[in-house]
Design a protein around this ligand. Structure first.
Ligand code: GDP
Length: 316
């Protein structure tokens, strides 16, 4: 896939990280251990912290930025040396970059969520999870639009989910125009007075130009078909286990159509978690939910404090 070709250049720092930070322990545990190494809060400590952040998927430039901010905090207030104070200061530094997105269909309006993301990140599963969640909250009239027309399997999978969760599905044969499928879903939802269209998209474009062209067309059609009172959000799904590739994907999709909210899946399958901070800091995008398992209820609203507590908690 094209973003794999765009791997971040291996810097000296990432090589050093591999040598100095090993094992599978999570960031929180390693961070706490930093204080037991007898290192004073000085250059060595900060260098090591940068390495920990890179290893936890924050990415090199975000690691340097955050540690720079922490150094500045410590310079301004030299009394911040104790483990608890330093941890709290660091959490606050990260927290100021984190934003929470509220994703809720608006009553009395048609809401369209266009779900974007690379193949395999968990888009279809997330669409089903969202439908289950909103149904429980009393929202009826949920329609799936099978906009991933490239893969017959994607349409089948969405159909299975639709049947299980009790959503209507709009689909066409494989290879048809995804914008036409989404168009049909919106027009039929309007005439039936339904509340929410959850539109799947293909994440398998061969290059960036195709991706931008395809998504721009879908985006244009949605904007044309919606009335001013309707609500429309572009939701990007990224997979927590893909590290800096996830950040690259977020950059590409955001550039292509603009992303309103991010859902990060497979959060249960990583001991890292820095990708949330990396996407927040690099792109300023808000997070709506974290996917924490394959079950239909494993979709948890993003909460910056909870995220930070998880990230900094000790046990792995
Ligand atoms: P799509 O190609 O983007 O539509 O991806 P799918 O929805 O088909 O999901 C790909 C795989 O990821 C499936 O096996 C899902 O069960 C799994 N998956 C999706 N979300 C999560 C999650 O939050 N945690 C875990 N562990 N697996 C997930």
């Amino acid at each position: 896939m094209f973003w794999k070709k765009n791997k971040t250049k291996k810097t000296k720092k990432t090589k050093k990280t591999k040598k100095t930070v090993s094992g599978t322990k999570n960031f929180g545990k390693r961070f706490l251990e930093l204080f037991n190494t007898g290192k004073t809060i000085g250059n060595d400590f900060f260098d090591y912290l940068e390495d920990l952040l890179v290893e936890a998927d924050f990415g090199a430039s975000v690691a340097v930025e955050l540690v720079g901010e922490l150094k500045e905090t410590c310079r301004k207030d030299p009394s911040v040396t104790d483990k608890k104070e330093l941890t709290e200061s660091f959490k606050l530094l990260i927290k100021k970059h984190l934003k929470k997105a509220e994703l809720k269909p608006e009553p009395g309006k048609l809401t369209v969520f266009l779900v974007l993301g690379v193949n395999g990140v968990g888009k279809t599963t997330t669409i089903a999870k969202l439908a289950v969640k909103y149904k429980k909250e009393g929202i009826n009239g949920i329609v799936f639009a099978a906009g991933d027309t490239f893969r017959a399997a994607a349409v089948d999978q969405l159909s299975v989910h639709a049947q299980r969760v009790g959503a209507r599905i709009v689909k066409q044969e494989s290879g048809s125009d995804p914008a036409a499928v989404i168009f049909d879903a919106i027009i039929s939802a309007k005439s039936r007075k339904e509340s929410l269209v959850l539109a799947d998209t293909a994440g398998r474009m061969h290059n960036k130009t195709n991706l931008v062209k395809e998504l721009s067309k879908i985006n244009r059609i949605i904007n044309e078909k919606l009335d001013s009172g309707d609500a429309y959000k572009k939701i990007l799904v990224i997979d927590a286990t893909t590290g800096q590739n996830g950040l690259r994907q977020a950059e590409i999709f955001n550039e292509a159509v603009g992303v309103d909210a991010v859902i990060m899946t497979k959060y249960d399958s990583t001991a890292k978690g820095g990708l949330v901070a990396a996407v927040s800091i690099k792109l300023g995008l808000p997070f709506a939910f974290l996917g924490k398992g394959e079950g239909m209820d494993d979709l948890v609203p993003f909460d910056p404090d909870e995220y930070l507590n998880d990230l900094f908690s000790g046990p792995d």
